[in-house]
Design a protein around this ligand. Structure first.
Ligand SMILES: *[C@@H]1O[C@H](CO)[C@@H](O)[C@H](O)[C@H]1NC(C)=O
Length: 416
């Protein structure tokens, strides 16, 4: 039993014992106030007092529990932080160790390499390496030769085109594409006509007059070739017809026109060939004759934008020398060679005036800058072939089924 709580003083010692929580103090004050104000007596008052006391104790317990929990959390957090720090330190250490290991491996590799170098110098050059180097050297010189080797001229010709002096339309016979030509080596007066891009019948006329006055092609002598031709790249040179055989193999045929037999054939050695002129895609190799001999104008995928040039031995069909020209294939329609200079003739897809727009001289006497600005007389077609006769200094042209002759005005290469 508790003493009769008349004076609140009795409770002061209890207050000091309790935890100094502001909430608790408030509760105590409230309790005292309640007792003081109502001054209730007896069992009722005692029951209330007990109840308040229990509540207070419960609250005190809970507060102390929170306190413990927070301090435990705090210490756990501290421990965790400690662990993390020590783990990070461990990681740093292993990283450092790996780096130093790598360093030592690196120096060891260096040393092994140095040792191998030393052994190689001691044992001399290995034969396989030697062969490789020679091969590379050879390839380099071949590439150099391709453009740099000096071309040794066979003649003293030094003519270049200055203008087109005259044009004569002789006849209209055959299809849009074809070749008409004389024998460009002998100029014996005979005229040869090859109609179309994939036929095998050659027409021969005794003279130009005979050709122009003939009633169609059947008036001429026909020569059947053992195989059809491809494109319009053929030439007649010293009683032989040189032409590309139809098919993908790029076979060059040398055909004796007097004996009507194939005397030689060879596969053109350039790989991955492309049509030489974008406006005449049937022609892969365009043969040309000039004062110097036989030439081939062609293109390959290695230099796909530009036209290449080769000098050919007419006896053996061997390639003697090759050049990459600066002349583009795009919008080119034909080309011819005069005194070792290739003249590339350009047009547009919608036929307009043909013009010489690119020149390449194998003896480097003419550069593209001093190339003549030669326009062909206005025509309504495009040239499928332009064959130069070095004997007559004429161009034999096939222009959309018309057989035309252009008479050339020449000048010396060194005159400007
Ligand atoms: C000429 O060739 C063309 C094809 O390009 C053909 O249509 C025409 O019949 C040929 N003409 C003669 C006379 O053979």
């Amino acid at each position: 039993m508790r003493a009769f709580p008349l004076r609140p003083v009795i409770y002061t010692h209890t207050l000091t014992v309790s935890r100094q929580s502001p909430l608790l103090l408030k509760m105590r004050a409230l309790q005292l106030l309640v007792l003081f104000l109502f001054g209730l007596a007896g069992a009722q008052q005692q029951a209330l007092m007990d109840y308040l006391e229990r509540r207070l104790l419960a609250i005190e317990d809970r507060i102390s529990m929170w306190h413990e929990q927070t301090s435990r959390y705090a210490s756990e957090l501290r421990e965790f932080k400690q662990q993390m720090v020590s783990q990070l330190e461990g990681l740093d250490k292993t990283k450092e160790a790996l780096r130093s290991e790598l360093d030592t491996v690196g120096t060891r590799v260096d040393r092994v390499e140095r040792e191998m170098d030393y052994m190689e110098t001691q044992n001399g050059a290995q034969p396989c390496v030697d062969v490789d180097e020679k091969l590379v050297e050879q390839q380099v010189t071949v590439i150099k030769e391709r453009n740099k080797a000096k071309y040794s001229k066979l003649t003293d010709c030094s003519d270049m085109i200055s203008s087109i002096k005259a044009m004569k339309i002789l006849k209209r016979v055959g299809g849009p594409k074809g070749v008409w030509t004389k024998d460009m080596g002998a100029a014996n007066g005979k005229v040869y006509l090859l109609n179309g891009t994939d036929d095998n019948t050659l027409y021969e006329f005794g003279t130009v007059r005979e050709f122009t006055s003939s009633q169609g092609l059947s008036a001429g002598k026909t020569i059947e070739l053992p195989s059809a031709w491809r494109g319009v790249g053929h030439v007649v040179y010293n009683n032989h017809l040189y032409y590309m055989k139809e098919g993908d193999e790029m076979k060059l045929i040398k055909f004796d026109l007097q004996k009507s037999t194939v005397v030689d054939s060879s596969v053109f050695p350039a790989k991955n060939q492309l049509p030489a002129y974008s406006l005449n895609p049937e022609t892969f190799i365009d043969l040309a004759v000039d004062e110097e001999g036989l030439w081939a104008i062609f293109a390959t995928q290695e230099n796909e934008k530009h036209i290449s040039l080769a000098k050919i031995d007419p006896k053996t069909l061997d390639i003697e020398q090759m050049w990459d020209t600066p002349c583009v294939r795009e919008n080119a329609e034909a080309a011819f060679v005069i005194c070792g200079t290739v003249y590339v003739v350009y047009n547009s897809k919608l036929p307009s005036r043909s013009r010489i727009q690119c020149v390449f001289d194998v003896s480097d006497m003419i550069t593209n800058d001093d190339a003549p600005n030669v326009y062909f007389p206005k025509r309504y077609g495009t040239h499928s072939s332009l064959k130069y006769s070095p004997v007559e200094q004429l161009l034999y042209a096939w222009d959309d089924g018309y057989q035309i002759l252009y008479k050339l005005q020449m000048k010396k290469k060194l005159e400007v």
